[in-house]
Design a protein around this ligand. Structure first.
Ligand code: 2BA
Length: 106
């Protein structure tokens, strides 16, 4: 068994949960915050049998879209610091697949 952890955009969370549930996978949604942009994102975790990993990853890829977001940074000039917007591309999903040592429901 594996644990799939996918960090995704909030906007895709409900579509992805629906898509995974419809395919028979159980999902837990966690509210998370990206360390770089310091804005909210969603982390979904799902425990799946090894044979289903490709299906789960495909479903994530098909459902989650990448987006561009503006971020304010500071740049220094002769008058001090001035706000300087940069565009950041946030991936459709950042996916980790981990081995599960034990899975139990009691
Ligand atoms: P954030 O850390 O808020 O990052 C948002 C986006 O900002 C990133 O998109 C990337 O395009 C950019 N970015 C992040 N760190 C950067 C840096 N040091 N310099 C320049 N640009 C940077 P994604 O790579 O698609 O990541 C989306 C979110 O997924 C991240 O939000 C973070 O919450 C998570 N994530 C990505 N890689 C991770 C990793 N290796 N470990 C844990 N979480 C990760």
């Amino acid at each position: 068994m594996k644990l799939v952890m996918a960090i995704i955009n909030d906007e895709d969370a409900y579509s992805l949960m629906n898509a995974l549930n419809e395919r028979g996978y159980r999902v837990t949604k966690l509210a998370s915050t990206g360390g770089f942009l310091r804005s909210g994102n969603t982390t979904l975790i799902t425990g799946v049998e090894d044979d289903n990993i490709d299906d789960v990853v495909d479903t994530i890829e098909k459902t989650c879209k990448s987006r561009k977001q503006m971020m304010a940074t500071n740049t220094s000039n002769s008058e001090g610091f001035a706000p300087y917007p940069i565009e950041v591309t946030i991936g459709g999903a950042t996916i980790f697949v981990m081995d599960v040592m034990t899975f139990k429901k009691v």
